[in-house]
Design a protein around this ligand. Structure first.
Ligand code: ATP
Length: 326
């Protein structure tokens, strides 16, 4: 009920009377009053005027289960949501929830991670109160070959959500990073659990620097946050709901096509290194070329000096701009 009352307060222009809320939810005045008090304690500014009712004046950047549920507008992605104040890694939690029988599309959101991970055993800086750490848990019906492409589906969804919620131009640094003004604001880590030759689960972890103000020395030059770039605080819950909406749409297209062909054009439009010189940091040897786009299965197409095209598989490599991170 709390999430529904919140959604109603948010969507109405003026006041909503206590009577109307009681009738809609079939509860007493005292029950409504209790919910309002809980919301105020969580930081919502709610005005209560006699004979008029309640009005939501200001929503701070609250992250809670009710706030998330009140904003979610998808069919299945993120509809079942768990909010944790603190956890080791949301990817690990998501695997556990699926093992316990929770639905495809379950979302785990944490306010803080103590063991946030990046690709190849790297760590993801995850302080509390300011950023988004979330994992979407999926039980896909396609084969293991397709799972890695989901990183690109999510990257597109995050870049679009950032643009629509914050009005910032967000670019994609293939395959899994989102950059704003050439600095990293988001990383994505997809992990797959297999049994024989079918997928038990795929979890897509997303870390987005939202209202973070400072970064540790090691990443200060390459990392930024949405609020630093925008100059104002951003609602994490709204951003999460928007990512889910964009992801759900693209995922359905992806499942229908069984590859990225349907979203390739949109992904390539967001590609920051497109038609620019890049360095491919391959453990078997670094090389350079011009990034031209992606294949239908998500490899980066790099044109080499001799005119041939190298198809770079994401697994083991990182890509850098010729003059720096992007
Ligand atoms: P790269 O960004 O170097 O191309 P990658 O895509 O393999 O590599 P990820 O797995 O996405 O990297 O993220 C891990 C790396 O991101 C860490 O090694 C660190 O350099 C950087 N990093 C860690 N935390 C953050 C953060 N909160 N914001 C931006 N960058 C971070």
């Amino acid at each position: 009920m709390k999430a529904k009352i919140l959604a109603l307060l948010r969507s109405s222009e003026g006041y909503i009377s206590g009577q109307e809320l009681c009738e809609r939810f079939g509860v007493s005045r005292t029950a409504v009053w209790k919910v309002m008090n809980q919301l105020k304690e969580e930081g919502y500014e709610i005005e209560a005027v006699q004979n008029k009712g309640y009005r939501l004046v200001h929503t701070p950047d609250v992250l809670s289960e009710s706030e998330l549920k009140s904003r979610m507008r998808t069919g299945w992605a993120g509809r079942n949501v768990h909010f944790l104040k603190e956890t080791g890694s949301t990817n690990a939690d998501a695997v556990r929830f699926l093992e316990e029988g929770e639905a495809h599309g379950t979302l785990v959101v944490a306010d803080r991670q103590t063991a946030g991970r990046g690709r190849r055993g790297r760590s993801w800086e995850s302080p509390s109160g300011a950023s988004v750490y979330m994992t979407l848990a999926l039980k896909p019906e396609f084969g293991p070959g397709q799972a890695s492409m989901l990183t690109l589906v999510m990257a597109l969804a995050v870049s679009e959500a950032i643009s629509s919620v914050c009005g910032l131009k967000a670019g994609i640094k293939w395959p899994n990073d989102i950059v704003v003004n050439r600095k990293k604001v988001c990383g994505i880590l997809t992990e797959m659990n297999m049994e024989a030759d079918y997928i038990r689960s795929v979890v897509i972890g997303v870390g987005i620097n939202v209202n973070q103000k400072v970064f540790p020395e090691e990443i200060r030059d390459t990392a930024t946050s949405l609020s630093i770039e925008k100059g104002e605080e951003i609602s994490r819950a709204e951003l999460i709901a928007s990512v889910m909406a964009h992801f759900e749409r693209h995922y359905e297209q992806f499942v229908q096509d069984q590859n990225l062909s349907g979203i390739k054009q949109a992904y390539e439009e967001g590609l920051v290194n497109r038609n620019r010189k890049v360095r491919v940091l391959d453990p078997k040897g670094e090389y350079e070329g011009i990034a031209e786009g992606i294949t239908d299965t998500g490899e980066l197409m790099v044109r080499m000096d001799d005119g041939s095209i190298a198809e770079v598989y994401a697994g083991e490599v990182s890509v850098r701009g010729y003059y720096g991170y992007v």
